[in-house]
Design a protein around this ligand. Structure first.
Ligand code: MN
Length: 248
């Protein structure tokens, strides 16, 4: 039986997490360790200046008063009692994690933390702003989890999966993609409060995207499930030689 650690950034009570856990239960021992409240957009932040509490929230479900990264660290080091999980899965997020938006994502960061610990990991997100249908994504997560465990990857593995919010019969298939690029128009909205003071709201209108061939965004808009393999090494190798040539 494989051991699967599930987390997310929408919180332990999110329907997306529950759908994922229910779908995975028939293929392994599934434990969810997730934030006790929504933590979307917290990225890879770590709680370092206060204690963390782990509270049981149901059979195999644990809530942490911290971030998705905190949850992975507690899940791996404490909840599985010294066993390293075979797989870390983060999601199913309510909303896509596409293009360079992933730098803000708590969902992707939880999977990234799993990969950083040497565990094959993936994040899975449902691309919609409402009327979420988790069934297709939950079934696909199970299929992908089985495939990864069967293939027993030797090196690190980190995948960012995005699923269009459409029925099974409308999904065209799976595409392996590259990270796309968002275009934000007026991402900070400025308004005036009733006392005449200005305030700001980040993330106004729906952002656009650059048309890039084989991007995650292009695939999802075309009705495909997108899988983007990611790396933790952020080094820009092409820039190394150029910078070494600088007179500094
Ligand atoms: Mn979220």
């Amino acid at each position: 039986m494989s051991r699967i650690l599930v987390s997310n950034d929408d919180g332990i009570h999110s329907e997306g997490l529950r759908a994922l856990v229910d779908s995975l239960r028939c293929i392994g021992e599934v434990v969810a360790v997730a934030p006790d409240r929504e933590q979307s957009g917290v990225s890879h932040s770590l709680t370092m200046h206060r204690p963390l509490r782990l509270r049981q929230a149901g059979a195999g479900l644990y809530a942490v008063d911290g971030t998705p990264t905190d949850c992975i660290l507690l899940g791996v080091n404490k909840v599985f009692g010294g066993f390293v999980p075979d797989l870390v899965i983060s999601g199913i997020n309510k909303g896509g994690n596409l293009g360079d938006d992933i730098v803000y994502s708590g969902t992707v960061s939880a999977a990234m933390e799993g990969a950083r610990l040497g565990i094959p990991s993936f994040a899975i997100s449902l691309v919609s702003r409402g009327d979420f249908r988790f069934d297709v994504a939950a079934r696909f997560a199970r299929r992908l989890a089985e495939r990864i465990v069967e293939s027993s990857p030797k090196g690190p593995m980190l995948l960012n999966v995005n699923v269009p919010n459409i029925g099974d019969d409308q999904i065209r298939g799976v595409r392996i993609t590259r990270q796309g690029k968002r275009v934000y128009n007026g991402a900070v909205v400025e308004k005036t409060d009733p006392r005449g003071e200005k305030y700001y709201w980040i993330g106004g209108e729906e952002p656009g995207f650059e048309e890039l061939v084989d991007s995650d965004i292009e695939a999802v808009l075309g009705g495909w499930i997108s899988i983007t393999p990611l790396k933790l090494d952020l080094t820009d190798y092409e820039a190394i030689e150029r910078l070494r040539g600088w007179p500094i």
